[in-house]
Design a protein around this ligand. Sequence first.
Ligand code: AMP
Ligand code: MG
Length: 330
Amino acid sequence: MSDPGLAPPQDHLRTSYRHVRDPRMQKVLRVQAALGSAIREYLDGEGFTELLPPIIGPVADPGIRGAKQATINFYGREYKVTSSAILYKQMMAASLGRIYFFSPNVRLEPLETASTGRHLVEFVQVDIEEAGATYEDAMRRAEDLVEHATHGVRARAGGELEAIGRRLNGGGTPYKRISYEEALRILADHGREIPYATEIPWAEEEFLSTRFQAPFFIYDYPRGSRGFYDREHPDRPGILRDFDLLYPEGYGEAISGAEREYEYARVIARLRETGENPSKYEWYLDMLREGIPPSSGFGIGVERLTRYVCGLKTVWEARPYPKVAGVFSP
Ligand code: AMP
Ligand code: MG
């Protein structure tokens, strides 16, 4: 990451409303648009239906790692602004099979994320879900999508990428896969021990990412580190059928994905275990009671993908009018 980048978050307030006119930013935005087209081309070609994402509702994804949800007053009742459309997409896949959203998310991230270079308060994920797919299928889908996007962008915005001066190491698929336990072992071997069954902290995630030259998966996170909707291995209690994809070179997490819990009784048990009140999830639980098929899916952050493809120092350089934790800006 040799790119000096734009100003750090402190200066962001001063510069952000103008930086859309910066010639370099113009190129980044064209690359981002090209990534969006390449993603749509891939998913539409694979029989996925693009749907409109709900952006407010009675509950949003609680599994957002220390971030808070934004609330709005909806005619006297409380609504959440979408922090992830996970619950909706599971239901939409039950109806239409293969679906995706370009889903705007708002997460009031902790203040310390202003300096990770990886966190925005407002961002867009491409949220994908596929009925009948296992998490192995979802991992293959994720690597195909990233390959298609990173190659497709060259045909569409090669001139801009050239001018930005970024060259990606062509890794090719399949991407390397390491289990959560292996990831913890690598960290421990480098004096970075972290407790089992917790999320991998930002600094450790970045460290792991610097050790790879191409995107790689971490799979089988233990229960306790993830949301209630990631399916537990039926024959390996405590282990979830889920994964992250990490970018190399220190860029960190690209994607989180999983097979879903879809059986009513199991979801209730997982909700209770994570301290959630099932009565808040009435609409979701009603649909589970009627029965839905198994499904798997994942979400990929568009700004982080743009950051990686353009080799940007921070994710807020990959977004017009970025919002960063604690920084009041247009
Ligand atoms: P998550 O549900 O937290 O795993 O988020 C899914 C994907 O959205 C991540 O893998 C990232 O690519 C992206 N993402 C999550 N949080 C943020 C954030 N605060 N800023 C930018 N992108 C994010
Ligand atoms: Mg994640």
